[in-house]
Design a binder for this molecule. Structure first.
Ligand SMILES: C[S@@+](CC[C@H](N)C(=O)[O-])C[C@H]1O[C@@H](n2cnc3c(N)ncnc32)[C@H](O)[C@@H]1O
Length: 285
C-alpha cells in the first residue's frame, strides 16, 4: 500500500467516526487503526494469511471461465462456494458477468469494486482481466486476503456521502467497470450510484449486485415509502418521472442524460422464497 493510499484510508476511517460523532471510538481508533495498518503491512509483505497473486502463474488460469475463477477463489458471485466443507449454492452471476464483461476481457481496464471484502471477487477478476488495474474499497480494509501490484485496497463507507466524495476525488482516474457489492442498503445504493456513475468512462458499465435484497432483509430498507433502486432503474428505462428523497432534479436529469441502457438479471439464490440475486448492469453513454 502506498503512503498516499495509507494516509487516505487512515484519515477517512477517523473522519468517518468524527462525522458520526463517535468521539470515544475515534480516540480508540487513532492508535488502534494505525497498529492494524502496521500488522497489515507485514501480513501482506510476508504473505501471512494473504496470497500474493503476482506469484501465481497466470498461464495456469488461461482456460478458466469466470465461473471457474469464482469457484477457485470461493467467491459467492459464482454458482457455488464452500463453507464449513459444505457446498452452498450461491448467486450464480457468472453467465451475466461473462456476457457483459467479455468486450473488456483483453483490454487495459480499471475496475473498482465497492465492498471488496476479502478480495475473492477481485482475485477472480485479476485472472479474467489480465491487463487490468483493480481497486477495492471496503468499510474494513483489513479483511483483504490478496496482494498484487495490480490491486489497490482503500477504505470507504458507502453510507457516508462525504467519504464517498473523498474516495471519488482520491481515485485520480475513471473506470471501465464499477461494481457495488457493499451494504445493499436502499439509500447507500442510490447515493453511491450517483457519485460513482460519474467516475465511469463513456461506454463503461456500472453493476449493482443483490439490488433487491432489501425486499427480504428489512433492515436494509428502514425508509417509509421510498422508491427502491430497482424501481428507479425501471422508471429510467421507461423514461418515466419518479421521486426519491436521495436525488435532486439535477441528479435525475444527469442520470436520464447519461444512461445508455439498463439490463436487470436474476441469479439463483433463494431466501424466504424470494430470489435475492437480482443484479443490474447499467451502461453509460
Ligand atoms: C457481500 S460482501 C462482498 C463480497 C465481495 N465483493 C466478493 O466478491 O467476495 C459485502 C462487503 O461490504 C462491506 N460493507 C458493508 N457495509 C459497508 C459500507 N457501509 N461501506 C463499505 N463497505 C461495506 C462488508 O464489510 C463486506 O466486506
Amino acid at each position: 500500500m502506498s503512503i498516499q493510499n495509507f494516509w487516505f484510508s487512515y484519515k477517512n476511517i477517523l473522519r468517518n467516526e468524527f462525522i458520526k460523532k463517535k468521539y470515544f471510538s475515534l480516540s480508540r481508533k487513532i492508535i488502534g487503526v494505525l497498529s492494524k495498518f502496521i500488522i497489515r503491512f507485514f501480513r501482506h509483505k510476508f504473505s501471512i494469511n494473504c496470497t500474493n497473486l503476482d506469484k501465481l502463474d497466470i498461464e495456469d488460469f488461461l482456460d478458466y471461465e469466470l465461473n471457474d475463477l469464482f469457484i477457485k477463489f470461493n467467491c459467492d458471485k459464482g454458482s457455488y462456494f464452500i463453507q464449513d466443507q459444505k457446498k452452498i449454492l450461491s448467486h450464480n452471476y457468472s453467465a451475466f458477468y461473462e456476457k457483459y464483461f467479455k468486450p473488456f476481457k483483453n483490454k487495459k481496464i480499471n475496475l473498482l469494486e465497492l465492498g471488496s471484502h476479502e478480495g475473492k471477487g477481485l482475485a477472480s477478476f485479476f485472472f479474467y482481466f489480465s491487463n487490468s488495474k483493480l481497486y477495492g474499497a471496503n468499510i474494513n480494509p483489513f479483511q483483504m486476503r490478496f496482494e498484487s501490484i495490480r490491486i489497490t485496497e482503500l477504505f470507504v463507507d458507502v453510507s457516508n456521502q462525504k467519504i464517498l466524495n473523498s474516495l471519488s476525488h482520491h481515485l485520480k482516474r475513471d473506470f471501465d467497470i464499477i461494481i457495488d457489492d457493499a451494504s445493499h442498503n436502499l439509500r447507500d445504493i442510490i447515493i453511491t450510484f450517483l457519485i460513482f456513475f460519474k467516475k465511469l468512462k463513456s461506454k463503461g458499465v456500472y453493476v449493482i449486485e443483490d439490488i433487491n435484497q432489501l425486499k427480504v432483509f428489512k433492515e436494509l430498507n428502514p425508509y417509509k415509502n421510498e422508491i427502491t433502486p430497482i424501481e428507479i432503474l425501471k422508471k429510467i428505462q421507461k423514461k418515466e418521472h419518479f421521486q426519491s428523497s436521495f436525488l435532486t432534479e439535477n441528479d435525475k436529469e444527469y442520470l436520464f442524460n447519461n444512461i445508455e441502457s439498463i439490463k436487470i438479471e436474476k441469479g439463483s439464490m433463494i431466501i424466504e422464497e424470494e430470489n435475492v440475486s437480482e443484479i443490474a448492469f447499467i451502461f453509460k453513454k
